[in-house]
Design a binder for this molecule. Sequence first.
Ligand code: HEM
Length: 130
Amino acid sequence: MHHAAAVTDELPIYDLLGADKIEAMVAAFYRRVPGDDLLGPMYPADDWAGAEHRLKTFLVYRFGGPHTYLEERGHPRLRMRHMPFSVDRAARDRWLALMMAAVDEVGVSLEHRSYLERFFTGIATFLRNR
Ligand code: HEM
């Protein structure tokens, strides 16, 4: 019997999804952010490409791929790095809604979708600071 929680037991999620899918997912997320009334104003208007690159390389690293993020940014310290932004309940919920819409746009298996939803929800909840 296969259980959804076992998705990463055999291979890292990076190998299961592939770099192209992760890149497409982050691109789909960042297509939604600029026009978002809540999240849009939080992001650096003059560095969308940089923000997209940072999230993409972070996810590649966290999912078991190359460590480019660490080389470029050092230890993630995500809670500290999000402190300047008001991550309240509404911002957390919106971020998750935009990311899961991005996941659904690129299309992944149900098993990978539920893995990603748990992964993003865990970090987004941990990042709440207001
Ligand atoms: C909970 C709601 C969230 C809000 C409102 C939020 C907002 C932001 C903003 C405004 C930035 C600055 C953009 C930039 O210049 O890079 C940022 C950076 C970043 N966020 Fe979030 N974020 C949220 C959740 C998450 C989650 C769930 C993750 C990971 C799964 C994440 C990962 C990152 C990373 C890796 C960076 C770049 C850090 C760096 O190297 O400077 N964020 N976030």
